[in-house]
Write a protein that binds this ligand. Sequence first.
Ligand SMILES: *Cc1c(COP(=O)(O)O)cnc(C)c1O
Length: 401
Amino acid sequence: MNTLAVTRETEEQLFFHNYSRLPIAVTYGEGSWLVGDDGTRYLDMIAGIGVNALGYGDTRLEKAIAEQAGKLIHASNLFLMRPQFELAAKLIELSGLSKVFFANSGTEAVEAAIKMARKWAVDHGDQGKNEVLSLSNCFHGRTYGAMSLTAKQQYVEGFHPLLPALGMVDFNDVRDLEQKVSDRTAAVFIEAVQGEGGIHRVSKEFCHRLMELREKHGFLIVADEIQAGCGRTGTFFSYEQLELEPDLVCLAKPLGGGLPLSAVIGSEKVQGVLTYGSHGTTFGGNPVACAAGLAMIRAIEEDRLMERARETGEFFQEELSKLRERHAAITDIRQYGLMIGITVEGEARHYVERALRHRVIMNATSRNVIRLLPPLVITKEEAQRCIGVLDELFTEQENGG
Ligand SMILES: *Cc1c(COP(=O)(O)O)cnc(C)c1O
């Protein structure tokens, strides 16, 4: 007998109270659908927070994981392991960059990139060059370095003192960028499309100026592609659409096909930055996670999922624009492939809670933004269903429901 109830009440007893979980015990999933233990099927428009690019139950992924798990689950970076090599080679091919470091989570990739940036500056003989800049409204993770870079007050409150020598540039503000960067700048961290910040894309103009200033002051540009990367916006890296040429790139969320995996990819310029013993992690580049990641990327290529993300994304844009004409509560729509933000009047949370009653899982970020990060495999019919439910929610709201 299983006497342990998987409910919100038991959760309160067992866990620290840092998550606001939905009251659904999930058991399995199929495609874009997540199934609760009472058999209820939910259309999942958040896909494990942007992790499940292939949706649920992709057999290629499951097979790759089972095969690798049957051979070797872990050996550590004391050894050479084929799955790591193959995934690293693939990431170098996709990015045109030179070197890969594997870790286990987004924040660890950011942490490694912060260390690399400072080390790179010191290696170039400049002890005073240690300042790391990020953009207002950014999100880079929860460990000390990454958290220190992160904009939201809510994430840093109670955790001071933070990492020193950090600064923040106003989002897309070229003037502010020009004033804030200097010869003391070691790196500028940038999400080409901000995720937690509410789905906002950096302008091409900002990226161009950033690259010019890099020439002048000699700092690194670090692209945090943890949420926007791996094809979600219609290209493998979201910065490609902005003609940005970063020195370091962080990947995570979908990279391990649902298993914990992250990577930092670096250009030739930084290829010597890590020396023996200067950085590392026990689990980083776990062979099962790497095999899963490789299967995930192959599936994206095989099924042309980046093209599909572009097409389905455009469909969302068209349909949501129609909704906007009818519902005054929608004040803005931002769509980059399958990264979609809908700004609403009032609290986005309110809509997310109601969507659940219609069996659609959405997510709120940045207080007034409904965020959709559906799996790349979502069909037009499924997208239409999500839009239909949004239509109903806004109608209910207008009728005072
Ligand atoms: C989620 C996220 C992170 C942090 O990743 P974790 O795996 O949760 O540590 C960092 N940057 C961006 C842009 C993210 O979306």
